[in-house]
Design a protein around this ligand. Structure first.
Ligand code: SF4
Ligand code: SF4
Length: 179
């Protein structure tokens, strides 16, 4: 962000300040990156930041504005956002850090920077139909039966089928194009 003086008054103008900020601005969700005035309300409102000093949404946006591309993309930070949108509700400048981090994840994923835990979660859903491997057990079936509930909880085959089709078609297309 740059500032200029209009009739003696300081006024913010929102000009992309680094090549990376311009790149994020062009990705869906990242459009408002350069409106950020670095006030820090998002960090003060963030549930993850309240739980750990390692996560600071304002600081992450600053790094994007400063153009620290590799540092941001190779970090797991944007993947820690819970997408709860509290920051978005409170930002006075109309910026949604949640949306910005989704845009950063999009760029990171295109370049292969996806944290292992997310890759494994997708793999497990594709193989097993559940997010957590063996999450649904015989014990739960017995419990459901005792409660008079249907114990036959099958995975949503239609959903998993669509997911597999989409995932494998994209993977095949990427392999064929050599990317
Ligand atoms: S609350 Fe909005 S303007 Fe303030 S630092 Fe966070 S994103 Fe930037
Ligand atoms: S959406 Fe993400 S950055 Fe915003 S408050 Fe929630 S966890 Fe924090």
């Amino acid at each position: 962000m740059h500032t200029c003086t209009t009739k003696g008054q300081e006024k913010s103008i929102h000009v992309p300040t680094s090549a990376f900020a311009k790149e994020v601005e062009k990705v869906e969700g990242g459009e408002a990156i350069n409106k950020c005035i670095q006030c820090g309300i998002c960090t003060a409102s963030c549930v993850v930041a309240n739980a750990t000093d390692l996560y600071r949404p304002r600081r992450m946006i600053q790094k994007i504005i400063l153009g620290l591309r590799e540092e941001v993309l190779s970090s797991d930070q944007s993947w820690l956002c819970l997408n709860c949108r509290m920051c978005e509700e409170r930002c006075q400048e109309g910026v949604s850090p949640a949306e910005i981090f989704l845009a950063v994840r999009t760029i990171a994923a295109r370049e292969g920077h996806v944290p292992r835990v997310f890759k494994e979660a997708v793999k497990t859903v594709l193989e097993d139909g559940w997010m957590l491997k063996d999450a649904y057990t015989d014990f739960q079936e017995d419990e459901r039966e005792d409660l008079g509930l249907n114990p036959e909880l099958h995975m949503n085959n239609e959903f998993v089928g669509k997911l597999r089709k989409r995932y494998f078609e994209r993977k095949k297309a990427a392999e064929e194009s050599g990317s």
